[in-house]
Design a protein around this ligand. Structure first.
Ligand code: FES
Length: 107
């Protein structure tokens, strides 16, 4: 389990404990975090679960996989540094304390 903080564009912060074997997206959706529709339910098919990982966490979280990176680029026309699909970030104990920022708009 890990504590995950979601930060809205206006600076509003919400922190939640993850369950067993969850992704960042599942934690956010379970708590109705705004700006996180996650339309495809984690099937890597919608790009509506994007988050920005702050610099201090990027190494631990890792970068997007090949298909994930392509999906971000298809949605945005670019691959912003730190941008991830939260359904592809599986939570481990090493991510306890992770903060992610919600973008103004999803793909
Ligand atoms: S929930 Fe659809 S790609 Fe993440």
């Amino acid at each position: 389990m890990a504590r995950i903080t979601f930060i809205q564009p206006d600076g509003t912060r919400q922190a939640f404990e993850s369950g067993e074997d969850e992704t960042v997206m599942l934690v956010g959706v379970r708590h109705n975090v705004p700006r996180l529709p996650a339309d495809c339910g984690g099937q890597l098919a919608c790009a509506s679960c994007m988050v920005d990982v702050p610099e201090p966490w990027r190494e631990r979280v890792g970068g997007p996989g090949l298909d994930e990176g392509d999906m971000i680029e298809d949605a945005l026309g670019a691959r912003p540094v730190g941008r991830r699909l939260s359904c592809q970030i599986r939570i481990t104990d090493a991510l306890d304390g992770l903060e992610v920022a919600l973008p103004e708009a999803q793909g």
